[in-house]
Design a protein around this ligand. Sequence first.
Ligand code: CAA
Ligand code: NAD
Length: 302
Amino acid sequence: MLHTARFSSAAFSGIKNVTVIGGGQMGSGIAQVIAQKGQNVSLIDVSEEALKKSKQTITKGLKKVAKTLYKENPEEGEKFVENSLRQIQFSTDLSGAASESDLVLEAIAEDPELKRKVFASIDKVAPERTIFGTNTSSIPVRDLSVAVERKDRFTGVHFFNPVPVMQLVELVRADTVSDATYNTLFEWLKSIDRKPISCKDTPGFIVNRLLFPFLSEAIKMYERGDAELKDIDLAMKLGLKHPMGPIELADWIGHDTIVSCNAVWRDLHPGDPVFTPLKSQLKLVEEGKLGFKTGEGYHKYK
Ligand code: CAA
Ligand code: NAD
């Protein structure tokens, strides 16, 4: 995999302190890639337990990076891990962190009301210069930006899972975002070794608009009894060289997230069968079998 840069204290000049809200799968990965470039990041969660888990996940991720970057020099690798971890403040104090940030990236659950509530609260405490980005997978940026006054400094910054491995970021050209904000984010994303692409504020942006119908079709195939779960996955891995089959990938993303995304899109495209809820998936969510992050979805991961 590509690791283009070693630990360096050279932060992109416009953005020096970043807050990431939500220490789950995405927030942990985002905090990791910021910290491993020597930039300051506060990782905020409502749950101490989630923060403990995210510290473990990030430490594991940094060790993987160190193994690749410092193959010949394990001592330097250990220093890289320690220094990167030192860049991250794990905290439950959102207001305190936001009041000192140049950029706040939100990566909490895919719930429009909750996201709006969080953005409205930090809009009051963050300095005027602070830029806000949402990592939403499905919610139109314009429907979230209503929560803040600073609409010119608000847009979608959509990372991919697992963040340290996936270089793509969809940077949303929302109607209200200013050129200055957009360009700052574009350059900053490059400074943390991401590859930003521009997309419009359309449901699912580019990747998810194509990916989610594919995942749903795979689940429908299983529900009809046309093929077994493991064969659907194997078929797409061996037949199309996908790194994961669609059932594994749905487990990887999280069924709570997928169900929420499809609900958002159902409201935006009433009657479109592509976004119809799927029985087996709703059942998994009800049972708390959200996928990889809880240890079980369609497959087991423990
Ligand atoms: N931090 C840093 N590096 C990491 C890492 C981490 N957390 N996890 C893995 N790596 C590195 C490893 O060190 C390894 O590096 P080298 O090649 O230099 O040795 C490389 O990544 C591959 O790691 P693994 O061998 O452990 O992993 P793998 O080969 O089994 O691949 C996978 C795992 C990358 C997850 C792969 O299965 C994959 O690409 N799956 C598809 C993921 C995908 O499609 N994601 C998009 C989901 S959709 C989305 O995100 C949008 C949305 O809104 C829902
Ligand atoms: P997750 O369930 O792994 O993590 C969400 C975290 O947010 C949890 O730790 C939770 O405790 C925390 N949280 C909830 N409310 C909070 C609040 N008010 N303040 C602070 N923390 C709070 O979810 P995830 O997979 O990391 O997804 C997060 C966001 O990223 C969602 O919007 C999702 O659509 C998007 N996204 C997900 C993926 C993916 O593959 N999972 C990919 C791209 C984007």
